[in-house]
Design a protein around this ligand. Structure first.
Ligand code: 3PG
Ligand code: MG
Length: 414
């Protein structure tokens, strides 16, 4: 984000919203099971923005995508159950649901909203214009409100109409969650309390190569875990047996290792491994030194020595940035490494010794499995956007917020 001036982003802190129609882009893309919201974390995280706007007397109009319906309507991707959950969580007055997100009927229906009322619009992705970042579609959305608030950091990596084009059509503000995400990530990446460690895990190095490249230039310690670590170990001459690794990326990984060395970033890899013949619950497993991985075995978690070493090194850090598990954590017993790390980072954070920031679905699941989420300094709601940020890329929606130049009208539009 080097070239982007984030200080130009306007916040809702001192915004007068009384009587105004405030169009809020939230990321209400939550799992739906049997017609009900199965995990309402993302809804809860946007509540502070909704409540603040409600209390300020705004007419709050929530819009979001859900799933990837590609223009086709279906009950599985409807936001109707989400609207019901918003209503239950707000616990104050009915939340009106509209079964479309643009058009004269929606425009007319919204006229019935009073100050402090909340409405939820149907899935933005039922219109192809959304993902196409179509200016005509953005204009239709913009017609519904006087002020635009983007609180969907986890969708900020998409150049879509409701997060990009629209920000250039209306006075555009960042919501409270958007600001919290931006501030947490800026603090960890651009201006961290040092020493700072990043842990990047997951199956494939190919999906996170840009993340490694960027972090190698700005972290003090870069821990690589999961299947990804196998490719790095292989680049250092280690035979990883039957493990998942990506031979096509060995050269790229060597470049990352070289650039880390130039930047004085320590690359931290496992010294022992938990290995098994297959990834299955209850399968036989063993622990071996990283240099003696049997040819018919695969690495499924870091070994006990590696975990102790990592915990000790973490104890010397002031900041931790974490994305991705150290092993196949969802299949016992291969979660020991990831879960032990989650616990340790939680303890250190709770004792005030560590600033800890985590993001990504797997990482958040691991934190939840050991109850470490509340101890963490900041847990992002984002997956893809979190990774893009870690890779040093500018997120289209954040760029749009920081470059939007439409000033609010002086008088409230009733
Ligand atoms: C997410 O869950 O990653 C965001 O809501 C973005 O969804 P998308 O990957 O379908 O754009
Ligand atoms: Mg995604």
């Amino acid at each position: 984000m080097a070239d982007l001036d984030l200080s130009t982003i306007k916040t809702i802190d001192d915004l007068d919203v009384e009587g105004k129609r405030v169009l809020v882009r939230a990321d209400l893309n939550v799992p739906i099971e049997n017609g009900e919201v199965a995990d309402d974390t993302r809804i809860k995280r946007v509540l502070p923005t909704i409540s603040k706007l409600k209390q300020g007397g705004a007419k709050v109009i929530l819009m979001s995508h859900l799933g990837r319906p590609k223009g086709e309507r279906s009950p599985e991707t409807s936001l109707r159950p989400v609207a019901a959950r918003v209503e239950a969580l707000l616990n104050g007055g009915p939340v009106r649901f509209f079964d479309d997100c643009v058009g004269p009927e929606v425009e007319n229906g919204l006229k019935a909203l009073g100050n402090g009322d909340v409405a939820v619009l149907e899935n933005l992705r039922y219109h192809q214009g959304e993902t196409a970042n179509d200016i005509g579609f953005a204009k239709q959305l913009a017609a519904l409100g006087d002020i635009y608030v983007d609180d969907a950091f986890s969708s900020a990596h998409r150049a879509h109409a409701s997060v990009e084009a629209i920000a250039h059509l209306m006075p555009a503000y960042a919501g409270k969650l958007m600001m919290a995400e931006i501030n947490a990530l800026t603090k960890a990446l651009a201006d961290p309390k040092r020493p700072v460690m990043a842990i990047v895990g997951g199956a494939k190095v190919s999906t996170k190569i840009d993340v490694l490249k960027n972090l190698a230039t700005c972290m003090d310690v870069l821990v690589v875990g999961g299947g990804m670590a196998n490719t790095l170990l292989n680049a250092q001459g280690v035979n990883v047996g039957n493990s998942l690794y990506e031979p096509d990326f060995v050269d790229t990984v060597k470049e990352v290792l070289a650039s880390a060395e130039r930047a004085g970033c320590e690359i931290f890899l496992p010294v022992d491994e938990v290995v098994a013949k297959e990834l299955a619950p209850g399968t036989e497993w063993d622990v071996c030194d990283v240099n003696t991985i049997p040819s018919d075995m695969m690495v499924l978690d870091q070994g006990p020595k590696s975990i102790e070493r990592l915990k000790a090194r973490l104890g010397e850090m002031s900041t931790l940035l974490w994305n991705g598990p150290l092993g196949a954590f969802e299949v016992a017993p291969f979660g020991k490494g990831t879960l032990a790390l989650a616990e340790e980072a939680g303890h250190l954070s709770q004792e005030g010794k560590l600033i800890s920031i985590a993001g990504g679905g797997d990482t958040v699941r691991a934190l939840n499995m050991v109850g470490a989420t509340p101890s963490f300094t900041y847990v992002s709601t984002a997956g893809g956007a979190f990774l893009e940020w870690l890779a040093g890329r500018q997120l289209p929606a954040v760029v749009a917020l920081s470059t939007s130049q439409i000033e609010p009208a002086q008088t409230a539009v009733a």
